[in-house]
Design a protein around this ligand. Structure first.
Ligand code: FES
Length: 82
């Protein structure tokens, strides 16, 4: 099954953290050998800037994502433990 991660690349989310979050996601997928199973794509501004940075994983929108919370969200979603 292919998972879908959509990351907001609008200027607000991008400037407020999604630039770094994108790198974290890419490193996470690489480290866990998930690149072939996950479709990673960018979104334009989804009109929810005030809650950003925003990332959507398999239909669930996560808000205020930063480098502290993102690894936990990814690990939980993909059932991995450290
Ligand atoms: S830039 Fe992400 S919701 Fe607007």
């Amino acid at each position: 099954m292919t998972a879908q991660i959509k990351i907001c690349m609008g200027s607000s989310c991008f400037a407020r953290g999604n630039s770094k979050n994108l790198q974290i996601i890419q490193q996470f997928l690489e480290k866990n050998g998930l690149e072939a199973e996950v479709e990673l794509s960018g979104l334009r501004c989804c009109d929810n800037c005030s809650k950003g940075p925003n990332i959507n994983i398999d239909g669930t929108e996560y808000n205020n994502i930063d480098s502290g919370t993102l690894p936990d969200i990814l690990e939980k979603h993909f059932n991995l433990s450290r």
